[in-house]
Design a protein. Structure first.
Length: 369
């Protein structure tokens, strides 16, 4: 049986606007109880990969707080490794603060771990994927590099900042930025499989090519000399690359059929648990088609919304198509529609906040509105 080293790559994570100004997208709350990194780490865990390095570009404090000792993902066992990798030397230099330099700066992991293959995966593509299936195809094809992709028909609007792959058969012939001229293309999911031997060779080869090359550049460059295959992922996937997409993709998972594509049988999503009491529904509460997390107290109307832990909704309040993060208070007779409220905020003085589905109102963390 082969051994695998996983890298959770946060260097190419896009911005979710004000929501990620002071936190990593990896630790950004999702669906009331999760963070985005939970899905990538759970894919590693469910695939039997217990040696994982997390490549961090910035905002590592929020990530450290969320991960704790990583026992939740069954990684930090006596045999497993889970470690945050941060390139302190280049932290203030955006040109050189990229994934390849981070891997080289922390190459102790490559020397410490005995592995046959390396799997690199991002957090902003949310999906359930068995990396073992990708590795099997990688071995069958005799590939040097395998790139996971998906055929899409909405590339102009939903995958604007992604890479497009071109194929001849199963062989990738080009890897280029999406120029948003076509809807039907093959989108790279920025998930790669490489043998450990080839991975080390390519990583150290960058010093001969360009110190500015990141991993995507390196793979595109390698198309000239390496056998690069594509692996088509046919399941649910969403690219979280903006605040409006965060809103849209989160709320669409209120639909049971959509949710089935992400939450699969025998493929649990692990996360940090909190010792909070069950949700309390008071006499005036009315809740429809919503996720309500533990510790919430509801005495108003909530519909098509996601409420995180310990949210208080007071009498007469109406919440529709909203995402309310942890420890927020929505006061009496407030009306919120298409609003994202960050942690610890209180909606007290303003009685009506109405946004648009494509342009939601955002309330900053800790604000008193």
């Amino acid at each position: 049986m082969y051994k695998v080293l996983g890298y959770c790559n946060l260097h190419h994570s896009p911005s979710l606007g004000e929501l990620t100004e002071s936190r990593s997208i990896a630790s950004t709350p999702f669906l009331g109880r999760y963070a985005f990194i939970d899905f990538t780490l759970s894919n590693f865990t469910n695939s039997g990969i217990d040696m994982v390095g997390i490549l961090v570009k910035e905002h590592q404090r929020s990530l450290v707080k969320h991960l704790g000792n990583a026992n939740v993902w069954n990684i930090n066992t006596k045999l497993g490794i889970n470690t945050i990798l941060y390139n302190e030397n280049e932290a203030r230099n955006p040109l050189y603060n990229h994934d390849v330099n981070n891997i080289k700066e922390n190459d102790w992991l490559l020397h410490k771990v005995t592995a046959d293959y390396v799997v690199i995966a991002p957090v902003h593509f949310v999906m359930a994927i068995d990396y073992n299936e990708v590795i099997k195809k990688h071995i069958e094809n005799g590939a040097n590099i395998t790139v996971v992709y998906q055929k899409v028909d909405n590339a102009k609007t939903h995958f604007e900042h992604c890479d497009v792959v071109s194929l001849e058969g199963n062989t990738i012939t080009s890897l280029k930025k999406n120029n948003c001229t076509k809807d039907k293309v093959n989108i790279s999911l920025e998930t790669y499989v490489i043998s450990m031997k080839k991975f080390k060779e390519l990583i150290y080869k960058t010093s001969q090519i360009s110190a500015l090359y990141n991993l995507r550049d390196l793979i595109a460059y390698s198309l000239k000399s390496e056998l690069v295959y594509g692996y088509e992922h046919k399941g649910y996937v969403r690219c979280f690359d903006s605040l409006s997409h965060y809103m849209q993709y989160s709320l669409e998972l209120l639909d049971y059929k959509k949710r089935q594509g992400l939450f699969l049988n025998n493929w649990p999503i692990f996360t940090v648990t909190n010792d909070t009491p069950p949700t309390k529904y008071l006499n005036n509460s009315e809740v429809k088609n919503s996720f309500i997390s533990n510790g919430a107290i509801i005495d108003g109307k909530v519909e098509n919304s996601i409420l995180s832990r310990k949210v208080i909704v007071k009498e007469g309040a109406v919440i529709n198509n909203c995402i309310i993060l942890t420890d927020c208070v929505i006061s009496e007779d407030c009306h919120l529609e298409n609003v994202i409220v960050d942690k610890y905020a209180k909606i007290i003085h303003v009685k009506e906040l109405i946004g648009d589905a494509d342009n939601p109102v955002f309330i900053k963390q800790g604000a008193n509105v």
